[in-house]
Design a protein around this ligand. Structure first.
Ligand SMILES: Cc1ncc(COP(=O)(O)O)c(C=O)c1O
Length: 387
């Protein structure tokens, strides 16, 4: 059988060799606890402080604005619940989000409703982009926090974060953006765009799973979700995952340094993949807006009448790994809330396959995926046999 092809980089990426190399000493001789006062502790503290500086630098932020977390999900929960709990006494009750947010945001917002918040979801266009005038209406003058993801993890659509952040600020709301899928694909500069809180995750950019960060702009108050330590300025108590933080900092630097070149590579392969599939399966539907407004690594395709679950299994049998909608909710192949929110019919949503490209994906791999995919479509439609 041909070499397996991993086309699920929006779910997770392999740890980069440079990242692993940077981490290894922290599993060995540099094992100290950064809170200890002796030499082992001081060594870990120095490394941690440097890593914080480096991650901050990648975002145009200051080190004191970076709080490390166990990943994107925790970071999103801190962003929503931490800011909500800090602001609720002010009398602003609404939390505005889009219906295409990751569940880490949507369910945190929903949780806040049990604490008195009013959840308000903003309308989307069929292209998967926030309708700016509707967003302004949804904000009104009682919004505590607005949260809009920079890049959607299922369809790759990019939101106009600079404009939305300014609108939220003008309405007196805090603005959070989930940049988990944007980091390394889009230039993120906290000096240029007025978001208050921003969340990122390591395992989408070649760092290990279980490490992420939340940027909290200086002056923004959050209530910690955990209690019992002074780490991360009390915003995220618990002994730091030093090795993962070191790996994250290395991955972040590489992602930022290589961003333009990487995006050109991903976009060329994504266009090739889409063109090859559309040439062979002309009725395939690519979800979301045109490629120019989508992040370069994600494509989400439905073939009418070809159910995604059996397609995924057939692709896997041929060594190709993709996902249906979002892998973070997978295991259950339930219909995608994202596709539903942008008005895709349940039948078409049930046929959706997300393919996400990475730095090691090759043209030959994309060609093979397009060939196998279209042969499987033909088979499913009873037109041909596939080997
Ligand atoms: C947009 C987005 N937000 C949040 C997360 C959650 O991140 P983590 O897996 O690090 O908890 C993901 C993971 O897929 C994501 O794509």
């Amino acid at each position: 059988m041909a070499d397996p092809i991993y086309l699920d980089h929006a779910a997770t990426t392999p740890v980069r060799a440079e990242v692993l190399e940077a981490m290894l000493p922290f599993f060995g001789p540099r094992f100290g606890n950064p809170s200890s006062v002796h030499r082992w502790g001081r060594d870990a503290r120095t490394a941690l402080d440097e890593a914080r500086e480096r991650v901050a630098h990648c975002l145009g932020a200051s080190a004191d604005e970076i709080c490390f977390t166990s990943g994107g999900t925790e970071a999103d929960n801190i962003a929503i619940l931490g800011t909500w709990r800090a602001r609720r006494a002010e009398g602003r009750r609404a939390i505005v989000a889009t219906p295409i947010e990751h569940k880490a945001v949507l369910e945190a917002v929903h949780h806040a409703t049990h604490e008195g918040a009013e959840e308000r979801l903003c309308a989307m266009t069929a292209d998967g982009v926030v309708d700016e005038s509707k967003f302004a209406e949804t904000l009104a003058d009682d919004t505590a926090i607005a949260s809009v993801m920079w890049v959607n993890n299922e369809i790759g659509t990019i939101q106009p974060i600079a404009a939305l952040a300014s609108m939220a600020k003008n309405a007196g709301a805090l603005f959070h953006t989930d940049a988990v899928q944007a980091f390394g694909k889009i230039d993120i500069d906290a000096r240029a765009i007025p978001f208050d809180v921003l969340t990122i995750s390591g395992h989408k950019i070649g760092a290990p799973k279980g490490i992420g960060a939340v940027f909290i702009r200086r002056g923004t108050i959050i209530e910690p979700l955990f209690h019992g330590g002074a780490q991360d300025r009390g915003r995220r108590p618990g002994t730091e995952n030093v090795a993962a933080v070191i790996g994250f900092a290395r991955a972040a630097e590489l992602a930022v340094a290589e961003r333009e070149q990487e995006c050109a590579h991903l976009a060329a392969l994504r266009t090739r993949l889409e063109e090859l599939i559309l040439a062979r399966v002309p009725d395939a539907v690519i979800h979301g807006c045109g490629a120019a407004h989508r992040a370069p690594h994600i494509t989400n395709i439905s073939v009418p009448g070809v159910d995604s679950e059996s397609m995924l299994m057939a692709l896997d049998l041929r060594g190709i790994g993709c996902s249906a909608g979002s892998a973070c909710q997978s295991g259950s192949v339930s219909p995608s809330h994202v596709l539903h929110a942008i008005g895709v019919s349940p039948d078409l949503a049930g046929a959706a396959i997300r393919m996400s490209i990475g730095s090691l994906t090759t043209e030959a791999a994309v060609d093979r995926v397009a060939e196998v995919f279209s042969a499987l479509v033909a088979k499913a439609r009873g037109m041909a046999q596939v080997h």
